[in-house]
Design a protein around this ligand. Structure first.
Ligand code: FE2
Ligand code: FE2
Length: 219
């Protein structure tokens, strides 16, 4: 796949994470409409091969989640906890930019940046509890004392689901206007990825990991 033949705005809107790569290299997705990634990289004096490799890495193949607790916990930490911590700041940055530039548009997702910041803070606390308390207890063999923390985590998963509903409502189900700029389309592409990742992250914990320690799978 020759990514560099594709335009900056195409890549930013279709490939979650591409906007962050461009931002890091000081390529403005809003003013690069129709410019190929190759041309933009050369114009900024960047190493095109290195930047193409960064973009290519975003197409990584989804690993299959293991079921054995130790391997599954390692998978959750790497594939979801670390990814959320990396992606929320970029989504907040893009939302802040969109709300600033397009605040007079009826379709502007006013309040999205604050909502994402609140979600990121809640999620960080949730993940810290899993990492510091629940997962170590599971790795030590579990036991009846796990019932309370598992119930608490499942409650918090329901809170996350409500927060995802708020993202959908602020963004008209992540529908960009026809004339949306590169940052706006990149924001919604990243919010879609965050939404899908969070739902799969919570499904794996609630339906695959927690039941191995006595929790009843959610109906
Ligand atoms: Fe988790
Ligand atoms: Fe969780």
């Amino acid at each position: 796949m020759d990514l560099f033949r594709r335009t900056i705005d195409d890549l930013a809107s279709e490939l979650p994470g591409a906007a962050e790569v461009f931002h890091r290299h000081r390529i403005d997705v809003c003013t690069s409409h129709g410019v190929s990634a190759r041309r933009a990289a050369i114009a900024r004096g960047l190493d095109p091969i290195a930047m193409e490799a960064e973009l290519q890495a975003l197409y990584s193949v989804e690993p299959i989640a293991p079921t054995e607790p130790q391997a599954l916990i390692a998978h959750i930490l790497k594939r979801y906890h670390a990814t959320h911590l990396r992606e929320f700041p970029e989504a907040i940055r893009l939302a802040t930019m969109v709300e600033t530039v397009h605040r007079h548009s009826d379709l502007c997702p006013i309040g999205l940046a604050d909502h994402l910041a609140e979600m990121a803070e809640d999620l960080e606390h949730h993940q810290q509890k899993e990492e510091a308390v629940l997962f170590p207890l599971m790795l030590a063999g579990g036991g009846p004392m796990l019932q309370f923390p598992i119930a608490r985590m499942n409650q918090e998963h329901e809170d996350v689901e409500r927060q995802l509903g708020m993202i959908a409502s602020l963004t008209r189900n992540l529908t960009t206007p026809p004339d949306a700029c590169g940052s706006w389309t990149a924001l919604y592409a990243l919010c879609r990825k965050i939404t899908d990742d969070l739902r799969e992250h919570m499904r794996i914990e609630t339906e695959v990991l927690f039941p191995q320690f006595g929790a009843t799978p959610a109906s």
